[in-house]
Design a protein around this ligand. Structure first.
Ligand SMILES: [Zn+2]
Length: 83
């Protein structure tokens, strides 16, 4: 909680981080969801994290998500981001 700008727009990275940490207020969640549909990198990154969370969850249930698979998915999405 050190240096948060008190006004102005937050960056994509900050919004994403708060969402993924579960620290976003309901207002910020709405803001991010609106933003996400107009911002491909955020949309992809957010969905990527959700996919990974799901994979890790299913691992807890004994199904196992191989790290290579996660790396593959990540690589694919990051490739798209570069283009
Ligand atoms: Zn964005």
């Amino acid at each position: 909680m050190s240096h948060q700008p008190s006004s102005g727009k937050r960056t994509c990275m900050q919004m994403l981080q708060d969402m993924l940490d579960g620290e976003a207020t309901p207002e910020q969640q709405d803001e991010f969801k609106d933003h996400m549909y107009g911002c491909m990198p955020c949309y992809q990154k957010y969905n990527l994290e959700m996919v990974i969370k799901d994979l890790l969850k299913s691992k807890c249930c004994g199904q196992g998500a191989p790290p290579e698979l996660i790396a593959q998915i990540k690589a694919k999405i990051e490739q798209k981001n570069v283009l």
